[in-house]
Ligand binder design. Structure first.
Ligand SMILES: Cc1ncc(COP(=O)(O)O)c(C=O)c1O
Length: 383
């Protein structure tokens, strides 16, 4: 066996693994004290801190009500259950598996919808012919870029089917009309897990302008039990904890500042990597603002000189995390192979095979972004 002399083994560019994402949680004395009070109070779940968070979040989002839940997947399941629909739900295939899982757990079949090659969100015109076959539509704000909610709403209105948003990535995003993501469709459901722009550890938040739906959802997250132990619907155990509620209210205070920092980091990535051939960034609808939950980049193997998988492998060797997100696409995943063939999903398949997400978190040092850009530039030059 040939021995490689130790002197030729080059250490990775980054001595420690650069994480893909880190939650930005500022722990101050006020929060610590509040945590202690909750722990001593004996009231650990669904109490005044959850209610305070719901009110602060509704204010921030500009919606009538928010309903805090244990996570986004549960929130989506509860919304679909409360809508009492029968039939299949159209879901983009270029999404995280939870979008489809929620529809299935709520008792629906799914129909896969195609995505737009520039915005990477569901393509309303491609979806239009599917509408007669579905009971509802789920939009998704890929990586924080708001999908074309107004056009989707128009199409849903013509067929009389409800529109729900998996807004897992969209806390802090704005629609082109300037309103916050959260206020469109029947309901929009955010994730507050550790990889999101606002995190409560684990958590979800349903935003809606339909106060009757919000009331039903409050019962639904309590097993469907309004308090008299006569369940009115088949709900779930979907409450948010008080500690999570506290984290939510606390995080909301500094979120706008962190979102600005995050956007400036994305600008930094874009201005450096946008100059390289074969790397393509997500296009936002004019006037829209993204939360940039993730920084996705499409790699055109021929023009960049290396395919997505090789780039991921070379980054990994240098201790830089990345993710092939969402690959495989939902319709390619084992759990969904039984879904009847639907529309052409070529764009989705191209996105899934060429997308990479690079490290991004709100308190990420700008020099780290520069270092990763230098590395990607060198990898491109070395072919
Ligand atoms: C698009 C999408 N929907 C739903 C979820 C599930 O969120 P949660 O973990 O809060 O259930 C995620 C998680 O990242 C997601 O990316």
């Amino acid at each position: 066996m040939t021995q490689i002399p130790l002197s030729t083994v080059r250490p990775p560019r980054f001595p420690e693994l650069v994480p893909l994402v880190r939650p930005t949680v500022e722990v101050d004395a006020e929060l610590e004290l509040a945590f202690r009070e909750v722990l001593r109070s004996g009231m650990l779940t669904n109490g005044r801190h959850v209610r305070a968070f719901e009110e602060a979040a509704a204010d921030y989002l500009g919606v009538a009500r928010t309903v805090a839940v244990s996570n986004c997947t549960t929130g989506l399941m509860l919304v679909l259950r409360c809508l009492d629909l029968t039939g299949d739900i159209a879901v983009p295939s270029f999404t995280f598996m939870a979008s489809g899982h929620a529809a299935r757990w709520a008792g629906h079949g799914v129909r896969f919808a195609e995505s737009d090659p520039r915005t990477w969100t569901v393509d309303p015109e491609a979806l239009a012919p599917q509408l007669p076959d579905v009971a509802g539509v789920m939009g998704m704000h890929t990586f924080g870029a708001p999908c074309d909610a107004d056009r989707l709403q128009e199409l849903c209105d013509t067929r009389g089917v409800p529109l729900v948003f998996d807004a897992a990535h969209g806390f802090g995003s704005r629609y082109p009309d300037g309103t916050m993501v959260g206020g469109k469709g029947v309901a929009e459901v955010f994730s507050l897990s550790p990889t999101k722009t606002l995190s409560t550890g684990e958590g979800g938040l349903i935003a809606t302008n339909d106060t009757a739906l919000a009331a039903k959802l409050r019962t639904a997250r309590e097993y469907g039990n309004p308090g008299d132990y006569d369940s009115r619907l088949v709900g779930l155990s979907g409450r948010m904890t008080e500690i999570a509620g506290l984290m939510g209210t606390h995080g909301l205070r500094t979120l706008p500042r962190w979102l600005d920092v995050r956007r400036s980091l994305v600008e930094r990535y874009r201005s450096r990597l946008g100059a390289l051939p074969g790397l393509e960034f997500q296009q936002l609808p004019a006037g829209a603002v993204s939360s940039y939950k993730d920084l996705g980049i499409r790699v055109d193997a021929e023009r960049f000189g290396m395919d997505r998988d090789t780039l991921a492998e070379r980054l990994h060797r240098e201790n830089v995390s990345s993710r092939k997100y969402f690959s495989p696409a939902l319709h390619q995943q084992t759990a969904y192979l039984d879904v009847p063939a639907g529309p052409d999903l070529t764009v989705t398949e191209e996105l899934a095979s060429s997308m990479i997400t690079l490290p991004l978190y709100s308190h990420m040092p700008a020099e780290l972004v520069d270092g990763i850009c230098d590395l990607v530039t060198e990898l491109h030059a070395s072919g």
